[in-house]
Design a protein around this ligand. Structure first.
Ligand code: FAD
Length: 457
């Protein structure tokens, strides 16, 4: 019996974050009629919360700065960090397309991107982070929304959650249910799931990532794993469900965070006993778990005026300053005292650290030392949190969702946090930039593939 749809379209995209907006922009540009459903933009998405650091190779910005790098090198970095757990063909395809992602954002969307030359990132073999002004991911979504609004063939439906998928007798996806109670039915030839992961779903966290299930999630609260659950209902395979990005720079009680440049430029971290306990220049994802194991589950990041000035243009750092989350002092001892740490113990820790750095070594394995700190000093208490999940629906290089037997679920795509990412299991496989790589990359790839399939009829 034919379904009586409330409306019909070529393509429905569920979720208007980085992946969904990129997919919508690319599909709209290719002439596809589409509806972009968003649960509630007032909740914000992870792309809004991000620093907007987009990893890419071969861009005009890198060429101008004399930075050479290839997609193969990027893929090698990602595979090294995820301990070889991701599908290299997918990783490489995503890396290759980063040049197109940057060109699309700059030339067609009108986003103002620059290469971040302040500091590299742990595990990056060449400088590759491209940021919007203020290092604010919200500028990416804003620019994409504005660009999408130019297309009459694209409809953005805010406060209209996707509520489930509709399939025919053969198991092919033929539409979605939408609205708070799934009261609307939308017939669609293709569907892209771009509703991120399950960082805001405690039940799913307890099931898949027990060790961080009760840790604060600083990610968007609308990301409750809906797309992953709908895929599972259709027999989709899932991968790396324990994969996630932890965040080790969050300042408890203030809702703000430090930024990765702070330790990479030279900040020093001590615990509540006033001792250094691990390398400061490690990935911020795995740092989260390291911090949670320290006394009181916190540490103290000390830096100086020079670092403060370098990172001040970052809007997230400005929020931290404005929130009053930093303490400052003329000496290390005074700063330690301001955090109720033993000043003499912290002084001794710094003296030992400086002596080691001058000798060109660090017993804790730090490799990026930055500059030695000079007065005046700043500090923040930091703790570990969950940023977002990285496991999800298994997809192929085109973003098509796969069943457990490897067959394609017809007409269904997934990207960003809804798809299995490229970070493997746990927290330590996340390499800085992996999040937007799969969001913007799969948004572009899935939209192009869906548009081509629609054209081919
Ligand atoms: C603090 C922080 C900083 C980060 N910094 C970076 C960075 O600098 N670089 C980087 O590469 N990665 C970064 N990441 C990771 C990156 O932000 C995410 O991986 C990426 O934004 C995910 O994009 P997405 O489109 O999948 O999801 P999102 O951008 O989260 O968008 C998902 C959207 O789907 C909506 N939604 C959910 N369920 C439904 C439903 N049922 N119906 C309709 N809509 C729905 C949500 O409301 C949301 O708007 C960061 C993450 C955090 C939390």
């Amino acid at each position: 019996m034919a379904i009586e749809w409330d409306m019909e379209t070529d393509l429905v995209i569920v979720g208007a974050g980085g992946c969904g907006l990129m997919a919508a922009f690319v599909a709209a540009k290719l002439g596809v009629e589409l509806i972009l459903l968003e649960k509630d933009s007032r909740l914000g998405c992870n792309t809004d919360l991000a620093s907007g650091s987009i990893a890419a190779w071969g861009t005009r910005f890198q060429k101008a700065a004399g930075i050479a790098g290839t997609p193969e090198q990027m893929a090698d970095d990602i595979m090294r960090k995820n301990h070889g757990q991701a599908d290299r063909a997918i990783v490489l395809e995503l890396c290759r397309r980063t040049l197109d992602v940057v060109d699309t954002l700059v030339d067609e969307v009108g986003l103002d991107l620059t290469l971040n030359t302040d500091a590299g990132r742990f595990g990056h073999s060449f400088l590759r982070m491209h940021n919007p002004k203020g290092k604010s991911g919200a500028r990416i979504t804003r620019a994409l929304h504005e660009a999408l609004a130019r297309f009459p063939n694209a409809t953005f439906a805010d406060r209209t959650p996707g509520a489930g998928l509709v399939t025919d007798a053969s198991g092919a996806v033929i539409g979605v249910r939408a609205g708070e109670r799934g009261e609307q039915s939308i017939g669609a030839t293709k569907v892209i799931l771009a509703c991120d992961g399950f960082g805001a779903n405690r039940e799913m966290l307890r099931r898949y990532i027990l060790d961080i299930a009760d840790v604060e999630c600083i990610g968007a609260q609308g990301n409750t794993g809906d797309g992953i659950r709908w895929g599972l209902e259709l027999g989709a395979a899932v991968e790396h469900m324990s994969g996630h990005q932890g965040h080790g720079y969050v300042i408890p009680g203030y809702g703000t965070r430090l930024v990765p440049e702070v330790p990479l430029l030279g900040a020093v971290m001590v615990n509540a006993d006033g001792a250094r306990f691990d390398r400061e220049d490690q990935g911020y994802s795995e740092l989260a778990g390291v911090l949670l194991k320290q006394p009181r589950g916190v540490a103290y990041m000390f830096f100086d005026q020079w670092i403060y000035d370098v990172v001040l243009p970052n809007e997230h750092f400005r929020d931290t300053v404005a929130a009053g989350a930093l303490k400052s002092a003329a000496t290390i001892e005074e700063l330690a005292g301001a955090f109720q740490l033993d000043p003499q113990r912290v002084r001794a820790t710094f003296d030992e650290y400086y002596a080691n750095v001058k000798a060109g070594r660090d017993p804790l394995g730090r490799e990026t030392f930055g500059k030695l700190l000079e007065a005046p000093f700043y500090g923040a208490m930091i703790t570990g949190t969950l940023a977002h999940t990285q496991g999800g629906l298994k997809v192929d290089v085109h973003g098509r969702v796969l069943r457990i037997d490897g067959s394609v679920i017809p007409n269904l795509y997934a990207g960003g946090g809804t798809a299995a990412g490229v970070s493997g299991d746990g927290a330590s496989g996340y390499l800085s930039g992996n999040g937007l790589l799969t969001a913007l990359g799969f948004g572009l790839i899935a939209a192009e593939h869906a548009a081509a399939a629609l054209r081919a009829g």
